[in-house]
Structure formats: C-alpha cells, structure tokens
Write a protein that binds this ligand. Structure first.
Ligand SMILES: NC(=O)c1ccc[n+]([C@@H]2O[C@H](COP(=O)([O-])OP(=O)(O)OC[C@H]3O[C@@H](n4cnc5c(N)ncnc54)[C@H](O)[C@@H]3O)[C@@H](O)[C@H]2O)c1
Ligand SMILES: N[C@@H](CCO)C(=O)O
Ligand code: NA
Length: 436
C-alpha cells in the first residue's frame, strides 16, 4: 500500500525533529502503523533551511496553502505556532478534509472549541499529543489509559523554562532575573519568554487537560494565571526550611461547585516525587478514583522529544483514518454530545492553604494582632516561623502557613492585615498544595 501522505507546515525545532525521527525509525514505525508514513511536502517561509533538512526527499514550498490544496495529502501537521496564520491554516485543512496534527497549545486552548467542532462535522481527526508536556504521552493517558476513572485532580509542572529557573533559584540562591538570564544563555528560554514566565504557556496546557479530564469545553479565558516573575529568592529559602519546594503548577480539580483551573507558584511538600522534578523536566500527577495517583514524567520540550509525540499522533491517524468517525477516540475524551456544563470557578471560590510572608515591626503585640485577624476571618494557622531579627534590627520576617480556606476569605483577611501600621511591606502570599 502507498504510504499515507503527510504535509508539514513549519520545519523549525519541532518540524525538523519530526523529519529526522521519522527517517531514522521509518521501518519500525511502519511495522507498528501497518503502513508507511511519508512526509511528501514541507512548507516553510525559510525554504532554504527547509531544503537543508529534507534534501530532495520531499517537495519544499513557501506557501502553506499549496500543501492544503494538494489532494494527495492525507494529514497536515501544523508546527508554525501562535493563533494567527496557524488558526487559518488548521481551519482550512479541516475544511479540505485533511486530518490535522498540531503541537500548538496556544491555538487549542483559545480556539479549540471552534476547531474540534469543525473537525467533528467534517469527520476528520485533530491530534495534539505534543501540545501538552511535549514528549510525555499525557493526552493518551488521560483520554485512553485512565478512561475508567472519575478524574479528581491533575497537577503538573508543564513548563520547562520556569521549572529550570526555579531549580536554579533554589540550587544557586539566584534571584529571578539572574536565573532567567541563565535560562536564556543555555537556550531554555526564548528571546521573548513572556508566555513562559507569566504562566500563560502552562495555563494553555492546563486548560487542555481540564477539558479532557472533566469533559468541559476548553476555556482558557476562565483560567487563573500567575507566573513566577515576582517570586523572591527568600521565599524559596523559607519554604525549604518548612519542608516545601516552590513549583509553578498547572492545577485543575473537580470540586462540589465546579472546576478549578489555575496556574500559580505553589509550595509542595519536599518529599513528594513531583517536588523533586528539576531543571527543564516536566511531570504531571493525575488523581483518579480507581487508579489512585499516577505520575507522568519526562521531557516537555525539545526537538526530538516533541517529535516523538507528533509521530505518535501520525501513527494513530494512520491506524484509525479508515474507521467510521463515530468509533474513533473523541477529541476531548468525552463524546461531543456528552460534554458537561460544569462551571470553571472564579479564583475567589478556590479553597487552598497559604504561605504568607509578612515584614513586621519587631515589637510586642504584633503577633497577637495578626493572629487575631486570622481568627476573626476563620483562618486556622498550621505553622509559623519567625526569622530572628539581627542585632539593632527593628523589623523581621514572619512566615505563616495556614490551613485551607476560601481564597475570597483570605483576600479579606490579607487586606485587613495589610492596613496594620506594624506590617511594613506588601504581604507575600503563595498558595500551598499538599497533593495527596
Ligand atoms: N520547541 C519545542 O520544544 C516545543 C514543544 C512543544 C510544543 N511546541 C510547539 O510547536 C510549535 C512549533 O514550535 P517550534 O519550536 O518548532 O517553532 P520554530 O519557530 O522553531 O519553528 C516554526 C517554523 O515555522 C515557520 N513558519 C512561520 N510562519 C510560517 C508560515 N506562515 N508558513 C510556513 N512556515 C512558517 C518558521 O520559518 C519556522 O521554521 C509551536 O506551536 C510550539 O508551541 C514546541
Ligand atoms: N516553552 C515551553 C516549551 C514546550 O511547550 C516550555 O518551556 O516548556
Ligand atoms: Na504530550
């Protein structure tokens, strides 16, 4: 049988990885897929660089629409990125009856509803394993391997750049700016790392996981997003003294009132496996009612790790494309007519515990005032740490760990604490997740 015909849109970091791995493992992949997989056409604005990768083995064009218009092409792989031209090309490929593979989490988190509906209507598959945690087969795990479970929550380190920065801050005592410079020097962070450090990239990925886990539409606009740019090196140190590490987590959780969907720095007990995921590595913890806790660990980015996921999608499509569309794995794990309208909750409704750092005057009665306000708000204290004031110092750091409380309640208590004349600087609040 003729190999299934693939057209690649964009052959940068991920695209060249896809080309190279497919060439190298061609025979083994064919034995698994039951049919050859051939990249017949490649479109990239930089045709010279594209030719340097593929040589004479595929047709190289500048205009991605030439690939989409080619009736010979069965699968279009979108590896351009962003929500602009990539969105148009994906929609056009679907309209042309092509199956689509994409690594573009930004696109799916924001426009997924429109894209999946169009694909469903046209009877084509849109596969996106590479979009969440790169090479880790987490989409496959959530959609198929864990399909027996009522998923309770997912918490993941799903951005390698920020995990690298946090690891550097902890190991070397660097502040955020210095650690970011290291990440850029070593090629982990992009020239414009905004989406990574502000938590947006992790929120895109968490949004996609929340949809698959709970059968809700992708709703990036409802996600709470907080990055690591304001994290102080001293908080990493204090957290460590209390037995915690600080990680940027993407969290989605089913609670009585709806779904939590949030990305923010979190204290995690140092003894948890996920707290020990260092450098640019990714890890996702999934809690299912039947299986219990599972941990999925590996490389979330990079040319060949990401290509590993893109090619797995190509194999899936090669195996399934002749099957009746109703018997394929649904895009978001649940049948499209069985989606839930559970609400994504505002952050004020989220219940979690907190690490608070207060810069306070070192004088009698301060602690009593603060614990008084906490008690009034119904916030229960779990642990406290007071840094010894140096000789002659008139102020000190006070660290408070709380038990669980509604975020809206905590906001009120913090506002009242902040007004005390003995609280000398903005209070730092970091959420704490026990993950058990
Ligand atoms: N790099 C990673 O490790 C990684 C990991 C997971 C997901 N992703 C996602 O994969 C996608 C690709 O990322 P990348 O790192 O390979 O990016 P890249 O910048 O290295 O490659 C993008 C390629 O697309 C080409 N391109 C841009 N506009 C085009 C157009 N209109 N027509 C044709 N080609 C065009 C560029 O010339 C470039 O070669 C993104 O959505 C990214 O978020 C990347
Ligand atoms: N910028 C992303 C790349 C993979 O999506 C990261 O740092 O993890
Ligand atoms: Na993945």
């Amino acid at each position: 049988m003729k190999p299934i015909q693939v057209g690649l849109l964009g052959i940068g970091t991920v695209g060249s990885g896809v080309w190279n791995v497919l060439q190298r493992n061609q025979q083994e992949i064919q034995r698994r897929a039951g049919r050859g997989i051939a990249i017949a056409m490649v479109a990239d604005l930089d045709t010279e660089r594209a030719r340097a990768v593929v040589g004479d083995s595929a047709r190289v064009v500048k205009d991605a629409r030439e690939v989409i218009a080619n009736p010979e092409i069965d699968i279009v792989v979108e590896l351009i990125g962003g929500y602009g031209i990539a969105r148009q090309l994906v929609m056009e490929a679907i309209a042309a009856g092509k199956h689509v593979v994409t690594a573009n989490k930004a696109l799916l988190a924001v426009h997924g509803t429109e894209i999946f509906a169009a694909a469903h209507q046209r009877g084509v598959m849109v596969a996106f394993e590479a979009a969440v945690a790169g090479g880790i087969p987490i989409i496959k795990a959530l959609r198929e391997g864990l399909t027996a479970n009522r998923i309770e929550w997912i918490a993941g380190i799903i951005n390698g750049t920020t995990n690298f920065i946090l690891s550097e801050m902890r190991a070397k005592g660097l502040d955020f700016d210095a650690a970011l410079k290291d990440a850029q020097r070593l090629g982990y962070a992009e020239a414009d790392p905004t989406f990574d450090i502000e938590g947006v990239d992790a929120a895109h990925k968490a949004t996609i996981m929340s949809a698959i886990a709970f059968g809700i539409p992708v709703q990036f606009d409802k996600a709470y997003v907080e990055g690591i740019t304001r994290l102080g090196a001293q908080d990493i140190r204090y957290a460590e003294q209390l037995g915690y590490r600080i990680k940027l987590l993407g969290i989605t959780k089913r609670v009585a009132k709806g779904i939590e969907l949030r990305v923010h720095p979190s204290l995690v007990p140092a003894k948890r496996l996920i707290a020990n995921v260092e450098g640019a590595m990714n890890a996702v913890v999934v809690q299912g009612d039947a299986v219990g806790t599972t941990l999925h660990y590996g490389k979330g980015a990079g040319s060949e790790p990401t290509a590993s996921a893109v090619i797995a999608d190509l194999v899936d499509i090669t195996r399934l494309h002749t099957s009746d569309a109703a018997h394929r794995v649904p895009h978001l794990a649940f049948q499209p007519d069985q989606m839930s309208d559970l609400a994504v909750l505002p952050m004020s409704e989220v219940v979690t515990s907190y690490y608070l750092r207060l810069r306070v005057a070192d004088q009698a009665g301060v602690l009593a005032q603060l614990t008084g306000l906490l008690a009034e708000g119904g916030v229960s204290v779990d642990a406290m740490l007071q840094r010894e004031a140096g000789e002659g110092e008139k102020q000190t750091d006070l660290i408070i760990l709380t038990h669980s409380v509604r975020e809206g309640t905590m906001d009120g208590v913090l506002a009242r604490m902040q007004q005390l004349p003995t609280v000398l600087a903005p209070i730092v609040r970091i959420r704490k997740e026990e993950l058990a």
